[in-house]
Design a protein around this ligand. Structure first.
Ligand code: G3P
Ligand code: CA
Length: 236
């Protein structure tokens, strides 16, 4: 399959997001990619967590940076749709132990400024360079990553991209544009491909957007329900 189906925070429609349980569920469904989010704990450990605060998925107050790893381990991450399905917060290193050796494409999103070098070091130790897109909504974070490791692949997350953005992207060593699915137009995707960028959609809120992202010519998408995308791709 040439299309990359990234289990977004794992199969996060069905399992507690950004946990081993969710990532494994995504792979069992047949996803050929995994997307995840990196933040750093109070005691300097890189963990996989999306939100700025802990409330929504753990019920605790504060943010990842307010807690040590040991304190965070006491929390349960819950899947809102299936509250009986819980798991613990996962470190980036644990994730790499479980998945780095598998034939997958990875999208690793930098969620906190200042974590670029530590994230790169760990990814490099696990030989992730060829199969990873380091992504961010923050152009300064991507510029910092590019300065530290010019040969790593970078993906820029944004709502949409102007022609001026393409210039900035090139200057920053960015190889992948990641627009929000609802802004996609097939002609723009074709232009971005012709300009040398791969295109990966995010913000797949439902199956209409899921199909639209494929039909607009993207190379992949992050999706919370990889089973439904894979079923549709097989039927086409
Ligand atoms: O696929 C990228 C996507 O994860 C970006 O949005 O908010 O889920 O991190 P968010
Ligand atoms: Ca993300």
């Amino acid at each position: 399959m040439s299309y990359t189906v990234y289990a977004h925070r794992g199969a996060s429609s069905y399992a507690p997001e950004n946990t081993l349980r969710s990532f494994y569920m995504g792979l069992e469904m047949g996803a050929n990619g995994i997307e995840t989010d990196v933040q750093r704990t109070k005691d300097g450990v890189l963990v996989l967590f999306h939100d700025d605060t802990l409330e929504r998925v753990t019920g605790a107050h504060g943010s990842i940076a307010d807690y040590t790893l040991q304190e965070l381990r006491a929390l349960r991450v819950v899947c809102p749709e299936f509250p009986e399905r819980t798991d613990v917060i996962c470190t980036l290193e644990e994730f790499l132990e479980h998945f780095s050796w598998r034939p997958l494409t990875f999208a690793v999103e930098l969620k906190q400024p200042g974590t670029e070098a530590q994230t790169l070091t760990l990814l490099d130790r696990y030989g992730m360079k060829e199969r990873t897109w380091i992504t961010s909504f923050s152009l300064p974070a991507l510029a910092c990553t590019h300065a530290l490791a010019p040969d790593w692949r970078l993906g820029w997350l944004a709502e949409d991209f102007s022609d001026d953005d393409l210039v900035l992207a090139r200057q920053t060593g960015i190889g992948q544009l990641c627009p929000e699915a609802r802004t996609l137009h097939a002609e723009r995707v074709r232009q971005w491909n012709a300009a040398g960028f791969s295109v990966r959609a995010w913000g797949i809120a439902d199956e209409t957007l899921m199909r639209r992202a494929v039909q607009c010519g993207t190379d992949g998408q992050t999706v919370n329900f990889p089973d439904r995308l894979l079923a549709w791709l097989r039927e086409r």
